[in-house]
Ligand binder design. Structure first.
Ligand SMILES: Cc1cc2nc3c(=O)[nH]c(=O)nc-3n(C[C@H](O)[C@H](O)[C@H](O)COP(=O)(O)OP(=O)(O)OC[C@H]3O[C@@H](n4cnc5c(N)ncnc54)[C@H](O)[C@@H]3O)c2cc1C
Length: 288
């Protein structure tokens, strides 16, 4: 289908973009890579009268270290995430997860900011960001603020962003050198959204799990941080009985929709299978 008509705006600064979004009100939407928004417009599930393109905002580009944090501009594409040496060294889970998003054509234009701000439970990056304890820098007419990824997602397509606010950057505390990580995603075919997926970041000490953080994708209305499951694993050697308990705790917080990817029961079980696989792979990669 063809989208409805809209006016196109191309601001060149964050303040101009924020002013435009606030002046134009609820008829306006920010557009980044357009690879979630334009399909919605074609289906007439979104009918904005104004599109405010963030592509001209140079401040929203770039990947840099800031003390112990890594800061990624919201307009950084998924392709740029995959190619970044800094991210490859400090946050390799981002490369692993990005490579499982869609296909190269989508990743050339789809942005990290769009992926985390969209609010679609099928997006892969939100659960990874919850797993990593990331925060989103946000600009709005009232000024700038920072929102933890774990507090950001409130329902399907419903986030903590106020009208007229944009995500400017994603700030991630770099896990310690030698951490283990994995993103396991079950999908029906290349380019599909997850039936279920699990992100794991852990550290080991003397053959035992020192810390473990887990995020789950597309098994509830929002991405999930499986805090209790991570706590169960801390102190263990990742033995089968403890993994089983942690998997059960993670499965217990899911409430997936029934869709063409499977029944709720199947998708919950697949979340558990993805988690067990991610734990094993993360442990194998970790250095004590
Ligand atoms: C065929 C196909 C397959 C796909 N498969 C996957 C997949 O497997 N996994 C996955 O995670 N994604 C998938 N996607 C989505 C893709 O990764 C999108 O690029 C991404 O979800 C949104 O990023 P975008 O830059 O395209 O955002 P846009 O489509 O431009 O925007 C999406 C939404 O976020 C808002 N927004 C964008 N940027 C900001 C910002 N900086 N601040 C505030 N709001 C903002 C927009 O207003 C809009 O509501 C797929 C897309 C396609 C077309």
């Amino acid at each position: 289908m063809i989208p409805g008509s809209f006016a196109y705006h191309r601001p060149t600064s964050v303040s101009e973009a924020v002013s435009l979004l606030n002046e134009l009100g609820e008829d306006a939407r920010a557009i980044a890579g357009g690879h979630s928004l334009i399909p919605m417009m074609k289906l007439r599930l979104a009918t904005p009268e104004h599109l405010v393109d963030l592509a001209g905002l140079k401040d929203l580009k770039g990947i840099r270290a800031d003390g112990g944090d890594i800061v990624i501009g919201a307009m950084t594409t998924q392709h740029e995430v995959i190619g970044s040496d800094l991210l490859g060294a400090k946050l390799p889970i981002l490369r692993e997860a990005s490579l499982q998003i869609a296909d190269p054509q989508v990743r050339y234009v789809g942005t990290l900011g769009g992926n985390v701000a969209n609010g679609d439970p099928g997006n892969d990056m939100p659960a990874v960001m919850m797993c990593l304890g990331a925060a989103y820098d946000v600009a709005g007419k009232a000024g700038n603020r920072r929102i933890n990824a774990r507090d950001f997602y409130q329902g399907a397509y419903f986030t903590a962003l106020e009208p007229g606010e944009i995500v400017t950057a994603i700030r991630i505390p770099a896990p310690p050198a030698g951490h283990g990580y994995a993103y396991e995603k079950l999908k029906r075919k290349i380019g599909d959204y997850a039936t279920a997926a699990a992100a794991v970041v852990l550290t080991m000490n003397g053959g035992r799990i020192a810390t473990c953080s887990i995020g789950l994708t597309n098994v509830a209305e929002t991405p999930l941080w499986a805090e209790e499951a991570g706590k169960i694993l801390a102190g263990s050697a990742l033995d089968a009985a403890t993994v089983k308990k942690a998997v059960a705790a993670a499965e217990a917080i899911t409430s997936p929709a029934s869709d063409r990817r499977g029944t709720p029961r199947y998708r919950t079980k697949m979340a558990g299978v993805m988690l067990a696989r991610a734990l094993a792979r993360a442990k194998a990669r970790a250095r004590a």
